[in-house]
Design a protein around this ligand. Structure first.
Ligand code: UT7
Length: 325
């Protein structure tokens, strides 16, 4: 089996920024509530002209440049998204066309906030087995397209963005281990019910606001910390390391309180945790992808550092990965 690592990273955040003060004018909320309960100050939102693949193209171009790989040499494209351009075809195919990556095999995966880590694991296995030489994995979300701007319980949480990674064979380090898990019995806790085959789009589904994200935030909150902590421990164990070996945690950015509780449970100080939640909110599959890209850009990751990626979201689905840089 070949050793697989990240060769390049990229991200794209749309230009428009929606701050908490503006949200105060839209729903019955306050900057104080949003900041103290979530840690979010602002989030990026797409323009009317931008869909998930448009954000993905920009993030992917940066990642390809960073990896010094040409789009025409890409062999596999995996897009993780729960807000695809359309029901079908796959957003990965729109991305392929946008990049002119003619050789690549393309498909989407739906694993919500854990989509980027699921994508890394899938791509890693294709490359490790020798099926493909390289892969592009992108987490891209237009969460604003499923946000109910009348629901103060959810509309303050989410943002739009994309993060991308190019994977290939490495001589040393790379992805040391992954740990994925799912629990479909809790599927009702976070969902977007309308527009699928269960409730095809109709005037009734629109009237009932079924095309918007629904979340039992409190229930999700209670599960998130323990599940992410367990995933981290399992991934660390599978890599033959201990939690003390971790140099930086790049967690899913759903709620600052969840992230801080996770750090406490894993006995990892705040300085070892990368955060972009304050500026970006929760971007589902794009959160870990953009946070990892920013951490590297900001010089928070040095050669040979041990990085823990850790996420949790709708499904429920969770995942962790240990990467030696
Ligand atoms: O990415 C996928 C995974 N998702 C998550 O991990 C999200 C996990 N959940 C959370 O982050 C938190 O549960 C939320 C941030 C969504 C909510 O925070 P909470 O501390 O659990 O608040 P709550 O839902 O228990 O609501 C507390 C109070 C309620 O009022 P009452 O019933 O106590 O009078 C809400 O109506 O806060 C009220 N509230 C708000 N008040 C002002 C809810 N949303 C808002 C708001 N502004 N935006």
């Amino acid at each position: 089996m070949k050793r697989v690592g990240i060769l390049g990273l990229g991200e794209y955040l749309p230009q428009r920024i929606l701050g908490n003060a503006e949200l105060e004018k839209m729903v019955d909320t306050t900057d104080e509530w949003i900041t103290s309960r979530t840690g979010i100050k602002e989030r990026h939102l797409v323009s009317k002209l931008e869909a998930a693949s448009d954000l993905a193209i920009k993030a992917a171009q940066e990642a390809l440049k960073d990896a010094k790989i040409k789009a025409e040499d890409l062999e596999l494209i995996i897009v993780a998204t729960i807000t695809p351009d359309m029901q079908f075809p796959a957003t990965a195919c729109f991305l392929q066309a946008g990049l002119n990556a003619k050789k690549a095999v393309c498909f989407d995966i739906s694993a919500a906030c854990s989509g980027f880590i699921y994508g890394l694991d899938i791509a890693r296995q294709f490359i490790a087995q020798g099926s493909y030489k390289n892969a592009l994995v992108v987490g891209t979300e237009v969460m604003s397209s499923v946000t109910d701007w009348q629901d103060r319980g959810t509309c303050v949480l989410f943002g739009d963005g994309a993060g991308a990674a190019v994977l290939g064979e490495v001589k040393l380090g790379g992805i040391l281990s992954t740990y994925l898990g799912s629990d479909g019995t809790k599927a009702d806790l976070i969902k977007c019910p309308g527009g699928g085959s269960r409730f095809p789009a109709s005037s009734d589904t629109i009237k009932e606001r079924l095309h918007y994200l629904k979340m039992e935030g409190n229930e999700v909150f209670k599960l998130a910390v323990n599940i992410m902590a367990n995933a981290a421990s399992e991934a660390v164990k599978a890599a033959g390391l201990t939690l003390a070996d971790i140099d930086l945690v790049v967690p899913h950015q759903a709620n600052m309180r969840i992230i801080m509780a996770l750090g406490k449970k894993l006995n990892l100080p705040e300085k070892k945790i990368y955060l972009n939640i304050e500026r970006c909110g929760n971007m589902s599959s794009a959160s870990v992808a953009t946070a990892l890209c920013e951490a590297v850009k900001e010089g928070r990751v040095k050669k040979n550092d041990i990085i823990l990626l850790d996420s949790f979201g709708a499904g429920l689905v969770w995942g962790a990965a240990i990467i030696k840089w």
